[in-house]
Ligand binder design. Structure first.
Ligand code: TYM
Length: 348
């Protein structure tokens, strides 16, 4: 069986971007592949979360994994930090990763820009980072984030890594590091993992604020745990515009986002109905939003119920991760042993 590996950072509750971009794909893959899914708590540390919140979030996400339909019997579910082999291999792989390529990674630039309060696209980031000696907001962990992610994947020799579009650059780096390792040591050891989308495109789920993607730090999210009232309120408040002025007008960004959400949640047919209504100027945004909220609730409410049920069952959750860690460690230890051997870290 092909090996599937993916993870989600423990930085808060899961939203519909995580669900459609990643988690729902995990659920659909679990019967056909050798699946291993984890909670990336070490990656979450790169943005220095409150320790108590981080701990809670790991539990929440585990409960959300299971509530969304991941079966701990069919998959290996584990917490990244429970597998210390990952941290050791991260140190080893870093010896083959360039600082320059890490600094050019889009996610690093975004986060660094935010941390430093830089709004322009220019090269200011590099100057700011090197120039300011006391600035710890852009930490080394954030820079080497892609190394750690590559190790998560390569330590399992994964074939498929189901992720959203925003993670594809990291996947590209993973393949590059794998090729580099093979060619430096003249081995044919790591394969080249790819995203998995059931033949479709990688997803970028838009947010409700009319810009960019749905994201925890953007405050434009529908969470799986949102209750009915909260969810309806958020959708009804989603940004739109004044409506089409004349037939067949170009759709503006905030409205286009709502159409895209309808595509995902309500299906193409329903979305096309509203696209048509937009084209002939009969659209009523209020009706469209009601439909969207209704269809979102059909997806999220059953999951919410199960989350509430599972998340306080500490005994069950800790049994799941203990078992997952044991199984994940067995694979990780094999790879780490090989990597140490290949790199020349051997017993005297
Ligand atoms: P994270 O925690 O930011 O997001 C988890 C998953 O959700 C997807 N996602 C989205 N997909 C579509 N539209 C959106 N608006 C949206 N927002 C989030 C992400 O693409 C991702 O699949 N670096 C990873 C975690 C990670 C990982 C790994 C993933 C660490 N090691 C190894 C795969 C393999 C991350 O930050 O995801």
């Amino acid at each position: 069986k092909k090996v599937v590996l993916s993870g989600i950072r423990s930085t808060g509750n899961l939203h519909l971007g995580n669900y459609y971009g990643a988690l729902s794909k995990f659920v659909r893959m679990q019967d056909d592949y050798d699946c291993r899914f984890f909670i990336a708590d070490l990656h979450a540390l790169t943005t220095n979360p409150d320790p108590k919140m981080l701990h809670e979030s790991v539990k929440d996400i585990l409960a959300e994994y299971i509530a969304a339909g991941l079966d701990p019997e069919k998959n290996i579910l584990y917490v990244q930090s429970d597998v210390p082999e990952i941290s050791e291999m991260y140190l080893l792989l870093n010896m083959h990763v360039g600082i320059g390529e890490l600094m050019r990674t889009a996610s690093f630039k975004d986060k660094a820009r935010k941390a430093l309060g830089i709004t322009s696209d220019s090269d200011e980031i590099e100057k700011e980072i090197i120039g300011n000696q006391t600035n710890q907001r852009v930490n080394a962990g954030l820079l080497t984030y892609p190394t750690l992610m590559a190790v998560d994947i390569l330590i399992h020799h994964a074939d498929y890594v189901p992720v959203g579009k925003d993670q594809e650059q990291h996947l590209e780096l993973t393949r590059r590091f794998a090729r580099r390792f093979n060619s430096f040591y003249k081995v044919d050891y790591f394969g080249e993992p790819v995203n998995f989308n059931f033949g479709g495109e990688a997803l970028k789920v838009p947010g409700l604020d009319g810009s960019g993607k749905m994201g925890k730090s953007e405050g434009n999210c529908i969470y799986l745990i949102d209750d009915e009232k909260t969810l309806r309120k958020k959708v009804m408040r989603a940004v739109t515009d004044e409506g089409p002025k004349e037939p067949n007008s170009v759709v503006s960004k905030p409205v286009e986002n709502l159409f895209l959400l309808l595509d995902l949640v309500s299906g193409k047919e329903v979305a096309d109905h509203y696209r048509q209504a937009y084209a002939d100027c009969s659209i009523r945004y209020g009706d469209m939003k009601k439909q969207l909220a209704e269809d979102m609730l059909k997806v999220t409410l059953p999951i919410r119920e199960r989350i509430l049920d599972i998340r306080n069952n500490d005994e069950y959750l800790s049994k799941v991760v203990r078992n997952g860690a044991e199984r994940a460690r067995a694979y990780a230890a094999d790879t780490l042993r090989d990597v140490r051997e290949i790199m020349g870290i051997r017993k005297i």
